[in-house]
Design a protein around this ligand. Sequence first.
Ligand SMILES: [Zn+2]
Length: 545
Amino acid sequence: MTRERPDRTLAIGLDWIEQHCVVPDGFKRGRPFRLYDFQLRYLAAFYLVKGTAEWDPDDPQLGPAFVYRRGLLADPQKKGKGPLSSAHVCLEGAGPALFAGWAGPGDGYSCRANGCGCGWEYAYEIGEPMGMHWPTPLIQITALSEEQTDNIYGALRPMIELGPLADVIPATGEQFIRLPGGGRIDTVTSSAQSRLGQRVTFVPQDEVGLWTEANRMMKVADTQYRGLAGMGGRASLTTNAWDPAERSVAQMQYESRARDVYRQFIQPPANLSYRNKVERRRIHRLVYGEALKENGGHVDLDAIEAEAADLLERDPAQAERFFGNRIVYGQGSWLKQDVWPFGKAARPATDGFPKSKVCGGFDGSLNNDFTAIRLETVDGVVFTPRYGPDRRPTIWNPAEWPGEEIPRGEVRAAISEVFDVYDVERFYFDPEDWESEIDAWAAAHGEKRVLYWRTNRITPMYDALRRIETDLITGTLLSDDCPITQVHVANARKVAKAGQKYVLGKPNEHQKIDAAMATILAHEAAADARIDGWGRRKVAYAYSA
Ligand SMILES: [Zn+2]
């Protein structure tokens, strides 16, 4: 009879770190490095071994023994991500970082047998995972700039030099560190394209909230993941909270559905405001927790408050991300997070009910941007309707259709269904690339209902933006939770125009805003219609003779 084995952490690795790594700086410099609970929790997950893992000494199964292929840790500035990564590099470079089978009676690990003179020994419990060293560890500490790789590398050198690891790793250089067995630790940035990802066994990727397609770090990450996959190696990603309009590596890894990525990111409760001094202090207490001096840690709360206050004046969104550990949209984003109804989405009471009263907005395209239809109910809920036998949402991504073109037949069918199902009062269409269809719809459904509304006119567009912004802030307008619209709203950036006006633009070609534009058009149609009496109760005057 076989009994199923539970997943278990390679605990020896965590003990090995506390035994061999030392505090790299500060008053406790040179003393044994003690992992905080948040660091322990992260490493315990990173080194979680699958209960089903098998080990064959002639063909050691490397990376796949672990539950997670990579880890992502998002925590505020100065909490201790850098020293954690340095300690992690030490373990992967010179400690028992790999699974080496399940322990039986009398099994143990001794430093002496592994080239370390410190005399440490570890006795395994029966059934716990055993550890072994990488034969030739190749580690690339990777960041956007050399200054950032120094956050880890700068802590790594004293961590090795001032403790027992100095015996194992005799030379730590300015540029790289040679490891036993012909291994090495390098620092790389995007400028080192040729060396990236070659036969790497461990890659700490730092500040991945800043890694984007535009600065070529997205490609760096992919190259390294491919290299790691070939070696059975793994990556550890660390970051501050990110700007969700940037579509960074941090965001992609956090939002991806992959189940073999471990994500550790605890945001403060949404009801606490970072602008309010008292609440800000509570947020800092929550996100720094055990790392604060008042709790026995290294972080001075007052110093953090002072730095945060300083940065708040220059860049409030960045201050909230850096010290408040919150995902916040950057400056220039169209709507602030708390304005768009993320998380408290409304369900239109009338959606799907035949002949309910709506107004509509349409933003069309040929094959580059999305084409989108959004509707607004008479009581002020904007939503993405569905159409056809599969009840598809009325937002079309050309990349998902044959020839990578907008399926115009589908769009025509959807428009026809909207006019059939709903009592459409007014529908605004951005006519670009769709004039002939729109003219046909006007002929079919009436020129008072089907109207051109060109979004490239600065003043009307600015007025429409101010109107929808006000109505969102006051709660007069609510939105459904359409995920594509959420992303497009988040992508939308303000583009300054003369006369202190602005319109909306996309941050780059890959970040679309069409569903946001259709939303603005639907609301503009509804707001104009209300002025003309739409939805007003008909007053009946009765005259008696
Ligand atoms: Zn040792």
